[in-house]
Design a protein around this ligand. Structure first.
Ligand SMILES: Nc1ncnc2c1ncn2[C@@H]1O[C@H](COP(=O)(O)OP(=O)(O)OP(=O)(O)O)[C@@H](O)[C@H]1O
Ligand SMILES: [Mg+2]
Length: 261
């Protein structure tokens, strides 16, 4: 968002962050800043540490060195989770009790609700979020009856329902068809226009490209690039990108697959 973003106060700040998972160093001293009103893409090959970095921000991964701040507050003292919307990377693991679409999205309001009771404003926000992602007609359905891409849209609605100031999304476009990607891009554009700051883990910029102010590329748990997003290309054209598919015969062009390369 131009010059104001470059000088805006940080909503996410990671400095020299290290994390080990199962004795393996996964983050090896990364710096990552998202300023107020900025849209930052976090890119990198599979296993480079993108999800771990994002999970370190929201406190799901312990950090062994460095500093993590949210809205200028050290993460371990940060309590204002209603300001943060989080969409986790989709996994194939089925989640416990089958819930309805509305219940899942309403869970995004819990940090705002008093004593766990949703009030009228909460229900309105839930309905609005479902409309934004085009899932209002499935509100009463069980999430177990949804396709993968529809499920992803429900998770995005859950994050939006909280009306956060900061949205953190881990590969929100994975498994979502092009038409729905356009819907989500429009939704995100609306959020950005409202002044929401965004950190997006992506494999390809795709329809989100025009929204992105800055790209941070990870390789092997280190920051390889922090600057302008690469123009009109996917991850394969990034500097230092070494994600060559192992089965390609020697001399063959690397495969250019779609979203989940
Ligand atoms: N719970 C865990 N225990 C041990 N190792 C882990 C754990 N979670 C992740 N890792 C390892 O940390 C590294 C980084 O994983 P991470 O999920 O952050 O990568 P990523 O960049 O998000 O990859 P992808 O593009 O596949 O989502 C990988 O080598 C992975 O095997
Ligand atoms: Mg990941």
């Amino acid at each position: 968002m131009g010059e104001t973003a470059a000088t805006g106060s940080p909503v996410i700040s990671l400095r020299g962050v290290r994390a080990e998972l199962g004795a393996r160093p996964v983050l090896r001293g990364i710096d990552l800043t998202v300023r107020h009103g900025e849209v930052v893409a976090l890119l990198g090959a599979n296993g480079s540490g993108k999800s771990t970095a994002v999970r370190a921000v929201i406190g799901q991964v312990p950090v062994s060195a460095g500093e993590v701040e949210l809205f200028g507050t050290a993460r371990h003292r940060f309590r204002d989770w209603g300001r943060v919307g989080y969409v986790p990377q989709r996994t194939t693991a089925a989640g416990g009790v089958p819930a309805t679409v509305t219940e899942v999205v309403a869970s995004g309001r819990l940090s705002r609700a008093r004593f766990g009771f949703l009030r009228k404003a909460d229900h309105t926000a839930v309905r609005h979020a479902l409309e934004l992602v085009g899932m209002a007609d499935r509100a009463k359905d069980s999430v177990s009856a949804l396709s993968g891409g529809q499920h992803q849209r429900v998770l995005i609605a859950r994050a939006l329902a909280a009306e956060p100031e900061l949205l953190i999304m881990d590969e929100p476009m994975a498994g979502v068809d092009l038409a729905s990607q356009e819907v989500l891009a429009a939704t995100l554009r609306e959020q950005v226009a409202r002044g929401v700051s965004v950190l997006l883990v992506l494999h390809e910029l795709g329809p989100l490209e025009p929204l992105i102010d800055r790209a941070v590329v990870l390789r092997d748990g280190c920051v390889l690039h922090d600057g302008p997003p690469p123009k009109a290309v996917g991850q394969h054209a990034l500097p230092g990108h070494d994600h060559v598919h192992p089965h390609a015969p020697e001399g063959a062009e690397p495969l250019r697959t779609g979203l989940l390369s």
